[in-house]
Design a protein around this ligand. Structure first.
Ligand code: A2P
Ligand code: MG
Ligand code: MG
Ligand code: MG
Length: 378
């Protein structure tokens, strides 16, 4: 056993050097390997939080702490790995460590530090690199991990490179033991170049809902979309299938407060859709759209003034575009990732394969016109 680690290190050095060579031919190859490795470690962490804290019902139903612990610790892990590989890259992350720095946050802080270090120091696997601050012996201090969480405070903007992190997307689904996603993207000059969505609870084979679970979706702009298992096995390219109009169905949020079920039902009736919607939490919806489990993802706001966050859509947009689809808002405008931390210039999200997108967008606009007309009459 004593010889295992040096051999591993040599293998990883060789792998990293050859990946550097490949990076010259494929854009963002190193970023892709790093992002997949970071999402994989964060998925392991969130699954372990669920098994330890939620499944065993060691906490009361309304106790938000499993989510909080998982969110913070997963962001700490991903941000630490990004910092080791690309120290100058800014990060737009959902969480910040302000609460954890307070005296009252000490208990939570200790659990987060323990969880993040457990994930960071796990054995190196295929594609991992010691230079990313991971592997046995690479524990971080509390201060380093809090700083890693807070590096997600970048305001976003139109120019330069930046990463987005949503450490647990679909927190309600996470708590129910249903779908949630660990989401990471790289944006350059407001264009999403790389998206990685880890879905620990999603069946690998959509035709076998009881089959093995745990999928990572990956897309690089101009270089396609794929899915693989959480361990990196069975990579398979993704292409959105053609849906005849009679076969169209919607993917939509489980939570009616996050996206209007009522509006989607109106659009369905305009299009004569008979199939019920597939309800699912998180950006797993984008992954399922990319592999043909639904024909369109429609997300219309339920409250005036809610601005979608860039980390909730950036990885999904590049995944759908690379799988041959289109993502716009309800006016047909591309999502604008250059306005800061939110998609402040957009209203709603419509994602689908090319033909279905055109049909759905037209129906969305009809439904909006009918709604506006009805309001004007009142
Ligand atoms: N009022 C809202 N409208 C739209 N999305 C929301 C709203 N409140 C929270 N969200 C976000 O919706 C996402 C989950 O969407 P879905 O229900 O489709 O899975 C989460 O990122 C969640 O943010 P947060 O993580 O801050 O709770
Ligand atoms: Mg989210
Ligand atoms: Mg989140
Ligand atoms: Mg949240």
């Amino acid at each position: 056993m004593r010889h295992v680690r040096p051999v591993f290190c040599l293998l990883h050095r060789f792998y990293f050097q050859s990946s550097k060579a490949r990076a010259m031919s494929l854009p963002y190859e190193t970023e892709k390997q790093l992002a997949v490795a970071a999402v994989r470690r964060a998925c392991g962490l969130t699954s372990s939080v669920f098994n330890k804290l939620v499944k065993n019902e060691t906490l009361t139903k309304n106790d938000k702490s499993p989510v909080t612990v998982g969110d913070y610790a997963a962001q700490a892990v991903i941000s630490t790995m990004l910092y080791h590989a690309f120290p100058a890259d800014p990060i737009v992350g959902e969480e910040d460590a302000a609460e954890l720095r307070e005296e009252s946050g000490a208990g939570l802080r200790d659990r987060i530090v323990a969880l993040a270090n457990e994930a960071l120091t796990g054995e190196l696997g295929f594609g991992d690199n010691v230079e990313w601050g991971i592997g046995p012996g690479q524990e971080k201090t509390t201060a380093q991990l809090l700083d890693a969480i807070d590096r997600g405070n970048h305001p976003g903007g139109r120019s330069g490179r930046m990463w987005t992190i949503d450490p647990i997307d679909g927190t309600k689904g996470f708590l129910r033991g249903e779908q949630y996603a660990v989401c990471l993207s790289l944006i350059v000059d407001a264009q999403v170049q790389l998206g990685v969505i880890g879905c620990p609870n999603l069946p690998v084979d959509p035709s076998k809902p009881d089959s093995a679970r745990g999928v990572i979706f990956v897309a690089v702009k101009g270089h396609g979309a794929e899915q693989m298992t959480l361990s990196g096995a069975n990579p398979a390219p993704l292409r959105i299938p053609i849906f005849p109009p009679a076969e169209i169905n919607f993917l939509e949020s489980v939570e009616a407060a996050h996206s209007s079920h009522y509006f989607n039902a109106r659009v369905s009736s305009i299009l004569g859709i008979t199939h019920p919607p597939v309800r699912m939490d998180s950006q797993a919806k984008y992954g399922c759209l990319a592999r043909g489990e639904g024909a369109a993802y429609l997300r219309m706001p339920t409250v005036v003034g809610y601005k979608e966050k860039i980390w909730d859509h950036a990885p999904g947009v590049v995944l759908i575009e690379e799988a041959g689809g289109v993502v716009t808002d309800s006016r047909g405008l591309p999502l604008d990732f250059g306005l800061g931390r939110t998609l402040g210039g957009n209203f709603g999200v419509v994602a689908a394969g090319m033909d279905v997108h055109a049909l759905v967008l037209e129906a969305v606009q009809k439904a909006q016109a009918l709604e506006t007309g009805a309001k004007a009459k009142v």
